[in-house]
Design a protein around this ligand. Structure first.
Ligand SMILES: CCCCCCCCCCCC/C=C/CC(=O)SCCNC(=O)CCNC(=O)[C@H](O)C(C)(C)COP(=O)(O)OP(=O)(O)OC[C@H]1O[C@@H](n2cnc3c(N)ncnc32)[C@H](O)[C@@H]1OP(=O)(O)O
Length: 297
């Protein structure tokens, strides 16, 4: 399912966000302010996300900067997805490093305040934004690397899992995992699929049933992250790793589809959004009852 979604996402996204971008050009939802930096770098910053693009390498660093814990609110998710879509549209951008500006925290996951006492309409909008973030990240045609420089529970872990590679600070105080069951909620099936794809069935099954948060060394042992490095090396290692990945023949490889045929150019949505609501385990439906779902991988 995840593979299918990833494929679908790569070719089918952007309708809603494209409209949001248009909206933003008229002063509505988003106000990203471009400014130029030396050495072929450009930066744009919204209130919650900083995007720094190095045009000489094709690598963008997307830094989450929403204190106190980079929680994924509707505003945050919208800004995040718009930022990512802009990079996707930028043919010069080939890789994105996702990191945090906050000390000790990568992301605390979904904003708990968005889930309490809100109208069904707001919940629906919020949940769509969560899906859109995941689809956009998981389905990106760019190389995505999570530079995890702090704790990353639940939705924060999902963000990291949606990237192609995860590098974490080797600080045993930092933890990462899908701990939803510890909070009395069930991780939706697509959270589960993303985890299974990374760590395999058995580890995912235990992780989800017990709501395990792994310390950085344990996260490495289970395969939840790919590499641990000293905290001050997380970003530089991510850049080096990205350079290695970008050296692999991609769009120009014999037999490959050039990127121009994917989301880089034709962003006309073939499908507005991958509809996850047909599954009985889906969170899309407002009738969804979290505690009836099984976490079995
Ligand atoms: C029916 C359909 C409708 C759909 C609507 C949506 C409903 C969906 C429900 C099902 C969803 C299933 C998926 C869920 C995925 C999730 O991501 S759930 C969120 C899970 N997140 C967590 O469990 C993280 C909880 N936080 C922590 O563990 C810690 O705060 C931390 C490790 C991140 C940081 O620790 P520390 O540095 O010690 O800071 P704190 O003092 O704990 O926190 C500082 C500050 O931040 C606030 N905060 C923390 N986490 C969140 C959060 N997730 N959202 C919002 N705010 C958060 C915390 O309250 C503190 O605030 P104050 O300083 O007290 O004001």
């Amino acid at each position: 399912m995840a593979t299918l979604l990833k494929h679908s996402a790569k070719y089918a996204l952007s309708g809603r966000l494209a409209r949001l971008c248009v909206h933003s050009r008229h002063g509505g939802l988003q106000c990203l302010q471009p400014c130029l930096l030396p050495h072929q770098r450009s930066a744009s910053t919204g209130s919650k996300i900083l995007v720094e693009m190095d045009n000489s390498t094709g690598i963008a660093v997307l830094t989450m900067k929403s204190p106190p814990v980079n929680s994924l609110s509707l505003d945050f998710l919208t800004e995040f997805s718009i930022s990512l879509e802009k990079l996707e549209l930028d043919r010069g951008c080939r890789g994105v490093i996702l990191t945090s500006a906050l000390p000790k925290i990568f992301s605390a996951g979904l904003d708990i305040m968005e889930m309490c006492g809100k109208s069904p309409e707001h919940c629906g909008e919020f949940w769509k934004a969560v899906q859109e973030m995941w689809l956009r990240l998981y389905g990106s045609s760019m190389i995505t690397i999570a530079a995890i420089n702090g704790s990353s529970p639940a939705g924060g872990c999902l963000m990291a899992l949606a990237c192609d590679y995860r590098i974490m600070a080797e600080n045993p105080k930092y933890s990462i995992g899908l701990n939803e069951t510890q909070l009395g909620i069930v991780a939706p099936f697509w959270f589960k699929d993303t985890l299974v794809n990374t760590v395999g069935n058995r580890v995912a099954e235990l992780s989800l049933q017990l709501g395990l948060l792994y310390s950085a060394p344990d996260a490495l042992r289970t395969g939840l992250v790919d590499l641990l490095v000293p905290e001050d090396k997380v970003l530089s290692t991510a850049s080096q790793t990205m350079t290695q990945w970008l050296a692999i023949p991609g769009e120009n490889a014999i037999g490959s589809n050039p990127r121009v045929s994917s989301s880089k150019v034709d962003l006309t949505p073939k499908v507005h959004m991958v509809d996850l609501s047909h599954s009985s385990e889906s969170m899309c439906s407002l009738n969804w009852i979290p505690w009836t779902c099984s976490n079995r991988a």
